[in-house]
Each structure stands twice: as C-alpha cells, then as structure tokens.
Design a protein around this ligand. Structure first.
Ligand SMILES: [Mg+2]
Length: 121
C-alpha cells in the first residue's frame, strides 16, 4: 500500500483529500503545516506528498526546500496544491523540487490523473 502525506492548514481540505486517497487505496497521514510535515517525513518518508502552498509556521515552499535536502527526502513525489494559477508560482514550485501541481479545488479524477503522471497510482 502506497503512503501519502497530506499537508494543508485546512482541516476540510485534508479531510476531502484523505477520503479521495483512501478510495484509491492509499494509506494517508496528515500534517497541518510544513514543520509538522517535516516531522512526519522524518518518521517515514511517504511515497507521495500533497502539498499546500500557503500555511502558517512553515510554507509549502520552505517545506519543500528543506525536504529535498533531508535524508531520504528525494524519495517522495510532491504534488503542489495551489489556488495560485500564475505560471511564476508553478515554475517556482517545480524549481524547488515539486513533481506536479494541481489546482484547488480538485476532484477524484483530477487527483487520480496527477498521481498517475508522477507514477504512484
Ligand atoms: Mg493553506
């Protein structure tokens, strides 16, 4: 069973993502900010991370940079979830080490296709 870490400061979004991912047979863990997410990754690197952009304590971008420099931190595929549709944001995320991005709000079909693109479905 593949392991997915859902990182978002919105409890509602984490709940929606968890539901979709569980129907896709993923084992799901959650984190409410980048700092918490680093702790979860230190326990065990997930196969894929759904990562919010705007969060308190530590943003998605800062988390991503720290993750990629940490031990085993190149393993997880990272799908950036954003409401920012500017290409500059997306380019910055890819440069920081994201593998794909998805616009919020996302549905099951969209998320499933992104997971297939990064090779973890
Ligand atoms: Mg947020």
């Amino acid at each position: 069973m593949k392991n997915c870490l859902v990182v978002d400061d919105s409890k509602v979004i984490r709940k929606v993502a968890r539901h979709i991912l569980e129907t896709l047979q993923f084992e799901v863990r959650e984190a409410g900010d980048g700092r918490e997410a680093l702790d979860r990754c230190a326990e065990r690197q997930p196969d894929v991370i759904l990562l919010d952009w705007n969060m308190p304590v530590m943003s998605g971008m800062d988390f991503l940079r720290a993750l990629r420099q940490s031990e085993g931190g190149m393993h997880p595929k990272v799908v950036f979830c954003t409401t920012e549709n500017g290409m500059a944001y997306i380019r910055a995320a890819i440069e920081a080490g994201a593998d794909e991005y998805v616009m919020k709000p996302f549905d099951r079909e969209t998320l499933e296709s992104k997971l297939q693109i990064v090779g973890v479905s």
